[in-house]
Every structure is written in C-alpha cells, then in structure tokens.
Design a protein around this ligand. Structure first.
Ligand code: SF4
Length: 393
C-alpha cells in the first residue's frame, strides 16, 4: 500500500481571520531550530513502530513514502537547511523512494528566488502557493499580508528556481467578491499556467474572527446560489483551459493530480508529524486502520514530540464508510470491483437496498451515476454532496 508523510509547520507571520488551522505567531528565529530538533527526534523515534517484525504495540507497513507534504502554518518560513535536516531524518527512518512528490506550502509574501532555489535543492519538487485571490481588495478582506504583485513574483521565482509542478489555491464566496472579480482571479491564475489549482468556498469555521464577526452581524455569508454559480463558472473555465476536474475542489493538468491528497481520499496510509498533525496507519498485525494525532499545542510538543493521542482502531465497517465518503469526492467515483477486493464485501450488500434506492433517486435527478463498474457524483451532485453522502453515514 502506498504511504505518505505529512509534516506540520505551525508558524505564521500573522493569523488570517478565516483560518482554523493550527498555527502560532512566529516570535523568533530560535524557535525554528528548536522545532526542527523536535520534529527530527519524533521522526527518528517513529522507526521502532515502522519496521515489520519488531515486537512493538503497532506494526506498520514498511515502504518508503512516495509523497511528503510540508503543510502549515507557513512551511516557507523554515529555511532550506531546516528542510534538509527533516528530509534526512525521514530518509534515514523510512528510506527513499526515487519517484516521490515533495510538496511545500508557501505564502507568496514569504518567498524569494534564492529561498525557492534552496528548497528545490533540498528535494522539494512541488510548490503549493496560497495565492487565494488576484484582487488586492479581496486579499485585504481576507487579512492576507501579501498582494497580487507578490503572488505573480512568487510564481515567476518558483519557475526560475526550477519548479515544474506548482499549485495555486483560490478562495471564492467572499462578501463583496462579485462574479466578475472572481472570474478575473481565475483568468489571472490561468495566465500563469500552473499545473494544479485548488478552489475553496469560504467557510465560517468555529473559533475564527470571521465567525465572530458573522455572529455579531458585522459580516454576511454569500448567498448559496451565488456561491454555487461561482463554483460552476470556475469548473467551466478550468475545463476549457485543459484542467481535469478530478476532485470536488481540485483541478489538474493531466498527470499532475496531488499524489499526497489522493491518499486522504483513497484512505491510504499517512503518518503526520508535528502539533495538530493527524495520521492513519494500517496495523500489519491486525489489518485495522489506526488513527492518532498530536494535540495542537506547540509548547507540549517541544517538551515531548513523540506523545500522540490514540483513537479507537477502525473496524472494517468504519474503513468502508470513511473510504466511501472520501472517494466519492473524486470525479472517477468508486470502482465497485476494487471496493469488493479491498474490503471483501459487495458495495450495495454492505449499504443495503434502501441506500441503493436513495442513491438511485439522486441518479434520476442527474446528481449521481452508476455503471457496471462504479458509482459517483456528477457536477450537479458535487454541489449537494453532503446530502448525497449522508446516505452512507
Ligand atoms: S497563512 Fe495560512 S495557515 Fe497561516 S493563518 Fe493564514 S491561512 Fe492560516
């Protein structure tokens, strides 16, 4: 089974008012050194769980990761030398897969050509740029510290540094963002010709400044119909430009799908390192999926990097349900034969006739499809995916 590694870098220069990812204000450069040391010690300590045959509590499959993802926070705040230390610890622990995807999330305001060249030299071969918008007024509203000119410069610097695989993140459904403004951002993104584009509808997450403002009546949510119209227009423009709409929110030039994110949607194994990081690993001895996570607490992590919170092991029914919910986010849907081979049970036998009937009613309205081989959602279905997926919960 393929395996991925996620490394969380929990530092940001300031907190964006819509964001609920775990991050802290980066107070000084010294913390980066301490944090890198903690990560390296956690990764090295993981080796004992990773080698098959070791008499340890959890025995995980040993296979070098084919994807490594530095997410945040703002991983581009780490210097290349720190990335090198972390990569070395990963290689020593897990081995080195020749053909691997190594992604680094970067904030356009925190990178320059030299830094990007340094990252490239450390083996980073995919850059995920948090552009969010190519409109400065929208960027201000989102509390972003960079501007459009920084995004374009960062993209050009990345190309000059040798990055041949760049992803751009964009957000829509923001108060004051008209369809024209949104379309303009999409067109500017397309002019840069990135290999991958992720589109996110603004969500009001618990505990964020935006949610507080919404509750105080100081902000408005975008009308759902308007939000959907923006999404559909984006799908249209990106498809016209040759991107494959391979997941609800993700678009890629052929063969540039995010290998790492596909692991989440396919319920493949991944190990997460750093505060707030989550993992899902199959225990070789039981065949059960084991989830665990680190508390989102930097100070606690620095004191004891290997401490994780274990969750109840997944039973087969949990695995089948989780797989169904995530895999139906993919345009290709679920291959029923693969499902049967993987879980040892027929898809509809597991979910039952009532679920099948409910699914068929979504097929009648053009929201879903089923063939001999598989089932999936249509574009119309992606718009109401929560409703359809509730059949399988
Ligand atoms: S830079 Fe990214 S991780 Fe940091 S607060 Fe903003 S959105 Fe969140």
């Amino acid at each position: 089974m393929s395996f991925g590694v996620y490394v969380h870098v929990p530092f940001c220069k300031s907190k964006c008012p819509y964001c609920d990812f775990y991050s802290v204000f980066m107070r000084d450069a010294e913390i980066k050194e301490k944090y890198t040391d903690a990560l390296v010690s956690e990764i090295r300590a993981f080796a004992k769980y990773f080698t098959p045959g070791n008499d340890t509590e959890h025995r995980f499959i040993k296979e070098a990761p084919d994807s490594i993802y530095f997410g945040g926070g703002t991983p581009s705040l780490l210097e290349p030398i720190r990335i090198r230390e972390i990569m070395k610890a990963l290689d020593d622990t897990f081995g080195r897969e020749r053909d691997r995807e190594v992604t680094l999330e970067a904030n356009p305001g925190t990178v320059d050509r030299d830094l990007l060249k340094g990252m490239r030299a450390m083996g980073v071969n995919r850059l995920s740029l948090g552009v969010q918008s190519f409109d400065d007024e929208i960027l201000k509203k989102l509390g972003r510290t960079h501007r459009t000119v920084d995004s374009i410069r960062a993209f050009e610097d990345a190309r000059a540094a040798g990055f041949k695989n760049i992803s751009i993140d964009l957000i829509f459904g923001i108060e004051g963002q008209t369809r024209e403004i949104w379309e303009e951002s999409l067109k500017k993104a397309l002019e840069l010709e990135p290999e991958h584009i992720s589109l996110y509808s603004l969500e009001f997450m618990e505990g964020t400044v935006f949610t507080r403002r919404l509750q105080e009546g100081k902000m408005k949510e975008t009308d759902p119909e308007e939000d959907r119209a923006m999404y559909e227009r984006a799908v249209e423009l990106l498809k016209e430009a040759g991107y494959e709409h391979y997941e609800i929110s993700n678009f890629a030039k052929p063969s540039y799908e995010s290998r790492h994110n596909l692991k989440y949607w396919n319920l493949d194994d991944y190990a997460g390192f750093g505060p707030g990081a989550h993992s899902y690993m199959t225990d070789e001895t039981t065949g059960q999926g084991q989830r665990y996570y680190h508390l989102p607490d930097l100070e606690a992590y620095l004191k004891k990097p290997s401490k994780v919170e274990m969750m109840e092991p997944n039973g087969y029914a949990d695995d089948m349900t989780e797989f169904t919910i995530t895999a139906l986010r993919l345009s290709r849907g679920i291959d029923k034969i693969e499902f049967c081979e993987r879980f040892g049970q027929d898809f509809w036998e597991f979910y039952g006739d009532l679920a099948h009937l409910q699914f068929k009613s979504f097929m009648d309205t053009g929201h879903a499809w089923e063939s001999e081989e598989g089932i999936g959602l249509t574009l119309k279905g992606f718009n109401v995916s929560n409703q359809i997926l509730s059949i399988f919960v």
